[in-house]
Design a protein around this ligand. Structure first.
Ligand code: NAD
Ligand code: IPM
Ligand code: MN
Length: 360
């Protein structure tokens, strides 16, 4: 049966990294006879430039109909001054919400070859393999009311609402417990229940759901301590479940343990495992157009897409193994470079992964 993918390159380094991911996708499609097809649509600043909105209807319709979506990244200084409701990032938030992609899986896995690229000592990070499960369609990102208003005394006031209903907490907790069951059966729920009622409820509901998963050991930690523990002793963690904002921050932090944000893939899934796959990093305007961005987070997101949405686990494993061999060869983009390795650009890294796939 043929399956269709929508590619959303986006802005900044988005088109550069998606081009490499597309090469890898084409290679596995042929090599594993996957019968996949794909086409590009616009999202973010690129869509604003072409159509005046960050998520055109044609993009949303195509995304709805697709079996999976692969996203580069959106945003950049060019669009930072336009009206908030039509900025690139709002397009990304809306597509996540419209497709009900509430479960964001962000695995932080250290390739042993990159131990020297981590900002932590090799003994702290070697063997690191943790999974952050971030709630993606609720919390303070979407809560109403929100805005910036002017008070009677003329002072401006900004406000957002952090809000989670029980059902939203329950469904992400189930996803996290089920993932923990397939791993080391340890789940940490991160909250700020000592201060915020919304996370007090989060903690209660996750604890209630735990009764259905007696084989998983559940623990709780406040987010400030979790941030500290992530750099002190990150290997204590297996699966971490948390809300939208804490998950955003902790996953960028976890990325650095693996050597670079350029290494961290992600899957954003709905209840049926339909998903959008995206690197955790952004559009990196500071290096866009230079051909030096690391495409591996996006290439590894292709692997997650093949595994979770397209039922092609062998192709997924082949990509992950090919990335490992390329790192064995000593090839490094600038963000993961260390002494004694060979610095390559975005395209050369993508080509090396394709060449490595050809050797199996
Ligand atoms: P960023 O992740 O784009 O960049 C942070 C730093 O990491 C920069 O120094 C950048 O050069 C580096 N970096 C990121 N990806 C890299 C890669 N693949 N290879 C090498 N280095 C890489 O975060 P930011 O600078 O805070 O945000 C820039 C823009 O991206 C903003 O408009 C933001 O809203 C947007 N953003 C989008 C997404 C997304 O589309 N999913 C995610 C995060 C940020
Ligand atoms: C991410 C990004 C997005 C988020 C922004 C660009 C809306 O930082 O995917 O991590 O905060 O979810
Ligand atoms: Mn982020």
């Amino acid at each position: 049966m043929s399956q269709h993918i929508v590619l959303l390159a986006g802005d900044g380094i988005g088109p550069e990294i998606i081009a490499e991911a597309e090469k890898v996708l084409a290679q596995v499609n042929t090599q594993f006879a996957l019968n996949l097809s794909w086409h590009h649509e616009l999202l973010g600043g690129a869509a604003i430039d072409a159509h005046g909105v960050p998520l055109p209807d044609v993009t949303l319709d195509a995304a709805r109909q697709a079996d999976a979506i692969l996203l580069g990244a959106v945003g950049g200084p060019k669009w930072d001054a336009i009206e908030r409701s039509i900025r690139p990032e709002r397009g990304l938030l809306r597509i996540r919400a419209e497709l009900n992609l509430f479960a964001n899986l962000r695995p932080a896995l250290l390739y042993p070859q990159l131990a020297a690229a981590s900002s932590l000592k090799p003994e702290i990070v070697s063997g690191l393999d943790l999974l952050i499960v971030r709630e993606l369609t609720g919390g303070i990102y979407f809560g109403q009311p929100r805005g910036i208003r002017t008070l009677e005394n003329g002072e401006r006031q900004g406000f957002n609402t952090d809000i989670y209903s029980e059902s939203e907490i329950r469904r992400i907790a189930h996803v996290a417990f089920q993932l923990a069951q397939k791993r080391n059966k340890r789940l940490l729920s991160v909250d700020k229940a000592n201060v915020l009622e919304v996370t007090e409820l989060w903690k209660q509901v996750v604890t209630e759901v735990a009764a259905e998963y007696p084989d998983v050991s559940l623990s709780h930690m406040y987010v400030d301590n979790a941030a500290m523990q992530l750099v002190r002793a990150p290997k204590q963690f297996d699966v971490i479940v948390t809300g939208n904002l804490f998950g955003d921050i902790l996953s960028d932090q976890a990325a650095m343990l693996t050597g670079s944000i350029g290494m961290l893939p992600s899957a954003s899934l709905d209840q049926q495992q339909k998903g959008m796959y995206e690197p955790c990093h952004g559009s990196a305007p500071d290096i866009a157009g230079q051909g030096i961005a690391n495409p591996l987070a996006t290439i590894l997101s292709v692997a997650m897409m093949l595994r979770y949405s397209l039922q092609a686990p062998q192709a997924a494993e082949a990509i992950e193994a090919a990335v490992g061999r390329v790192l064995d060869q000593g090839l490094r983009t600038a963000d993961i470079f260390s002494e004694g390795t060979t610095r390559v650009g975005t395209q050369a890294m993508g080509d090396a992964v394709v060449a490595s796939l050809l050797t199996i």
